[in-house]
Design a protein around this ligand. Sequence first.
Ligand code: GLN
Length: 287
Amino acid sequence: MAHSGDSPGSLADALTRATAELAGSSDTAALDAEVLLTHLIGRDRAFLRAWPEQPLNPEQSDAYQRLVSLRREGWPIAYLTGEREFWSRSFKVAPGVLIPRPATELLIEIALDQLPVRGRVDVLDLGTGSGIIAITLAVERPNASVTAIDSSRKALQIAESNAFRLDIKNLRLTEGNWCEPLSRDERFHLIVSNPPYIAEGDPHLAQGDLRYEPAAALASGPEGLDALRAIVSAARLHLEPGGVLLLEHGYDQTDVLATLLSTQGYRHITHHRDLQGHRRATMARYA
Ligand code: GLN
């Protein structure tokens, strides 16, 4: 929206210029410009509409210019604002954790369907990252006792601060590789994971936000199956009889995963579609 009469230094002027600057590198230039500006001034989009002539002070102007330049280089919006919404709650994110994706809300829907609202229920989230899955389940099921594991200390710090912001009491965060930190006799009613499942060398890894996200949270082995394999084989040793394993995966990994699960003794294998219609999650019961 190029209003020619924008006074220099006004919010409207800053937006017009940022949108023009981002037009060549982002498909959502105007939206990006607005999101970064509202983040910077701590106001919502309605404020920008209502008060376009409000001036930015010089520090704000400089800070905005820095954000816009980083965005132009390709930095993900969520890393620049430091947050992303998931299941209607705002989560802190930073380089070092995957940015929450809408598709992962599918895991929450399925998990909530499986979790009773009363009585003790033990839940495990493997590769928790910023903690979105573990924390959302802990809030939605206060009766659950949730354990979340990640191999990255940086990720655990971010998950910890998200748990603190939402005042979560029924969550335990632990460092380690998949199930390794668990004691042998620990059992869960539900084990959930959004593991890395992209094939190493997949060209998508060199595009868009993915360039800035931790490779270890995205890619896993030549077919993207290494983490899924490790989880399928480790999780059965930590499931209650009849317990549920719930995994996010690539749409083209569904059949391989189903074979892997049945070979390892899982039953009642069901696939679930994301909003794009891709089979993006698989659920199975052990014994
Ligand atoms: N679905 C994500 C993507 O393709 C990948 C997330 C993951 O590897 N868990 O961008």
